[in-house]
Design a protein around this ligand. Structure first.
Ligand SMILES: [Zn+2]
Ligand SMILES: [Zn+2]
Length: 145
């Protein structure tokens, strides 16, 4: 699964003419494997042992390249540092108010909401964003079901 996703991501980079450096390879791999919506800083910390010459700025620049070709999404939820999400199928996020952890969940696209919004306002609707906030099992001391 991870390997297929990584291979597809690398192929689409090749198609868009983006050079695949060992760092880019490692960053993509980390994004796909971790599924934790890491910040540039998290990625830097995870990979600095492997790439001693890499800086946080390099990580960030690479993430920007991935974002421009549509491989990753930059998530901004009002806190200081953006988190990055490898783009797979459309999904929603539930966010812990206590520790900031973001977890994916899947739900059928809320297309009716878009249609309704468009109908009521006359807007041509492009997309929507939905976030659920709460307290994660680690923070509330409860086990996930
Ligand atoms: Zn939490
Ligand atoms: Zn996500």
């Amino acid at each position: 699964m991870v390997e297929n996703q990584l291979k597809e991501a690398l192929d689409s980079l090749k198609d868009t003419g983006v050079r695949i450096t060992p760092q880019r390879h490692a960053i993509l791999e980390y994004l796909i494997e971790s599924m934790s919506h890491p910040t540039a800083d998290d990625i830097y910390k995870a990979l600095e042992g492997k790439f001693p010459n890499m800086s946080v700025a390099t990580v960030y620049n690479n993430l920007r390249v991935f974002r421009e070709v549509g491989l990753v999404k930059e998530l901004t939820y009002g806190d200081a540092s953006s988190r990055f999400d490898f783009v797979t199928t459309h999904h929603y996020h539930v966010i812990c108010k206590s520790c900031g952890k973001i977890v994916d969940f899947h739900y059928p696209g809320l297309d009716e909401v878009e249609q309704l919004a468009s109908h009521v306002t006359g807007f041509t609707v492009g997309n929507h964003r939905l976030e659920i906030y709460g307290v994660c099992p680690d923070c509330s001391g409860k086990e996930a079901h």
